[in-house]
Ligand binder design. Structure first.
Ligand code: FAD
Length: 311
């Protein structure tokens, strides 16, 4: 039986696995795609290296650390996590593993626009993470798609940098909230309530125009970038029967990154604590591993981990 099994090889899972390695624990990292969502860059026309929040290099370094011990790395898709007699059984498509503690770092997927050229435009002006790239939008015309709380928070941040923001709200969402009402009257924000994005047009592979419509009214909006923020879909199918998830399916954690089941921890975009940036995922993964180590330590000392007090 392993000490810790980490599910997910993005920055949260990599940080957790490397932390456990450094503590000389018997750790295994299982993932379907090593590196997770760390391979994206964003190019904005006329901006060679737009300022982005750091983290890619740190994630790359963590990846090299784990690749240096290939016996600790497994490529598989986890389909279930079960508890039985104070051990955890992790069911992959190819085999089953057993561990004393588990760290779930399987992340979430952004809801996509569903336009034909969407994948080609990602990183060429189309993005899903406003906090990462907002500061690169200085003086630009930008589109935001979505009216949930996250999209509105992102729009608020964009008012600090962008020249104009076209806020496309297919549904009312949180527009009636205090923030929503403030944004609706903000001089930089043009609200398109009830509109849908029909297309995003590119010139030389770079986003240039957003085409939106409401019934038969079609509008063409010139933009340098489009941020799609219509919500995240958590990858939690494999644990929904085992740990508590919130109404959107995100794993509920406490301040120690512990889930509703002692011994199962979670970190990164899969949790109900908003993260969505590489640096934060690295911090969360490290913290989950630290508390997973406490859990194992307490068991070795035949104590409860609540016996470990930090203040
Ligand atoms: C287009 C785009 C660009 C971004 N750009 C930046 C940026 O420049 N800077 C920044 O800080 N943040 C950026 N972000 C956000 C950042 O990438 C994420 O917040 C971060 O990667 C989350 O880390 P994570 O470890 O939680 O998940 P992820 O990086 O998504 O990794 C999830 C891991 O879980 C694995 N997995 C999922 N399900 C299973 C399963 N069933 N079995 C086994 N493995 C599984 C996956 O294979 C993967 O290894 C961007 C996000 C997107 C979508």
């Amino acid at each position: 039986m392993h000490d810790i099994i980490v599910i997910g090889g993005g920055p949260a899972g990599l940080a957790a696995a490397v932390y456990a390695l450094d503590k000389q624990l018997d750790v295994m990292l299982i993932c379907s795609h090593l590196g997770g969502k760390t391979g994206y860059t964003q190019q904005i026309q006329g901006h060679e290296n737009p300022p982005a929040i750091l983290g890619v290099e740190q994630a790359h370094h963590l990846r090299q650390r784990i690749e240096a011990v290939p016996e600790r790395l497994v490529s598989d898709v986890v389909v279930g996590v079960f508890t039985h007699e104070s051990a955890f059984h992790i069911l992959g498509e190819h085999r089953t593993w057993h561990a004393r503690a588990v760290i779930i770092a399987t992340s979430a997927q952004p809801t996509m626009l569903g336009i034909p050229n969407e994948r080609q435009l990602v990183g060429h002006g189309l993005g899903y993470s406003i906090p990462t790239h907002a500061q690169a939008m200085k003086g630009r015309h930008v589109g935001v798609v979505g009216a949930k709380a996250r999209a509105l928070r992102g729009t608020a941040e964009l008012t600090q940098y962008a020249e104009r923001i076209a806020l496309i709200a297919p549904h009312t969402g949180h527009l009636n909230s205090l923030l929503g009402q403030r944004l609706c009257t903000h001089p930089k924000v043009d609200l398109f309530e009830g509109y849908k994005v029909r297309n995003v047009e590119a010139v030389d592979g770079q986003v240039q125009t957003m085409v939106v419509s409401q019934r038969d009214v079609v509008q063409r909006i010139p933009v340098s970038a489009v941020f799609v923020d219509m919500g995240l879909i958590p990858n939690t199918q494999m644990v929904r029967q085992t740990v508590q998830v919130d109404r959107d399916g995100f794993v509920v954690i406490d301040y120690r990154n512990q889930t509703s089941v002692p011994g199962i921890f979670a970190a990164g975009d899969v949790t109900n604590v908003p993260v969505e940036q590489i640096l934060m995922a690295i911090g969360e993964g490290s913290r989950a591993a630290m508390y997973a180590y406490d859990y194992i330590l307490a068991r070795r000392l035949e104590m409860r981990s609540s016996a470990f007090i930090y203040q």
